[in-house]
Design a protein around this ligand. Structure first.
Ligand SMILES: [Zn+2]
Length: 267
């Protein structure tokens, strides 16, 4: 694959994925993706919208593609990647703010938790595969730091697995919409899930880390050699544990959740 094809090109409603990294769910999609270089994917539900082949030909995978919101914006972002133009680092937050208002979430949530709103990166870099063989997407410097840290741990006989990296606002909104549809209140959902826009995973720098044989995202991770290694060495790669016991955000202890911070901004 070309170097550019190891990127996820992000825009408000639609993501452009390197087609070879997608697992099609339908046979018709599989045939189109086998010949494609890029695939446009609706962020809200993960539906494949269109495929591009190497000659730049567009193949619609959904009816009504011309009316699909955000496709034009996604095509511009993909074009900018190939032109190496417009190094837009983060997407604006306006779409998210409308969704939060609809959920009745205003700035009081941020004040109560001390959590900032987290913008999505305009581009993410492939950082290897996660435990479930899904592509792991991270902000470019975080992806490089993760690869270096994982290799150093491997050299020390410690296997680190990524469980989850970048997640979109749309993904988190989808969790809320499904739970609201089942009759839960926003308060009940917030007891378990971060509000959309407030998760560190949106920024492409946070990773949930696990190790073979250990269930994902459980406190028992703190008793593993992998956790002991991270406590000792992760700081040297720019990673810090975001939610230790008694953290000021009221978030439960998450020994698996680590975030990469640019040099000089570590605590
Ligand atoms: Zn996490």
């Amino acid at each position: 694959m070309h170097a550019l094809d190891w990127h996820l090109v992000n825009s408000a409603e639609v993501e452009a994925w390197p087609a070879r990294l997608l697992r099609p769910r339908a046979n018709a999609d599989a045939r189109a993706l086998a010949r494609a270089r890029w695939c446009l994917r609706r962020k809200r539900d993960g539906r494949f919208l269109a495929a591009f082949d190497d000659a730049g030909r567009l193949h619609a995978l959904q009816p009504g593609l011309a009316r699909e919101p955000g496709v034009g914006e996604a095509l511009s972002a993909l074009h900018a990647l190939h032109e190496r133009a417009g190094e837009a680092l983060f997407l604006p937050l306006d779409g998210l703010l409308g969704h939060l208002a609809a959920l009745g979430l205003d700035e009081a949530y941020g004040e109560r938790t001390g959590l900032p709103l987290v913008a999505e990166p305009a581009r993410l870099e492939f950082a290897g595969f996660d435990r479930y063989r899904r592509p792991l997407w991270l902000l470019a410097p975080a992806a490089r730091a993760w690869r270096r840290m994982q290799a150093a741990a491997r050299d020390a006989g410690v296997a680190l697995e990524a469980i989850s990296g970048y997640r979109s606002h749309a993904y988190q909104l989808g969790i809320f919409e499904r739970k609201l549809a089942r009759g839960l209140t926003v308060e009940q959902i917030l007891a378990v899930n971060a509000a959309p826009g407030y998760s560190e995973h949106h920024g492409g720098c946070a990773i949930d880390i696990g190790c073979p044989g250990e269930p994902p995202a459980e406190e028992s991770f703190e008793a593993t050699p992998a956790f002991a290694w991270l406590r000792e060495h992760a700081g040297g790669f720019g990673f810090a544990m975001s939610y230790p016991r008694g953290n000021p955000h009221g978030i439960v202890y998450e020994p698996w959740h680590w975030c990469w911070h640019p040099a000089g901004k570590d605590d």
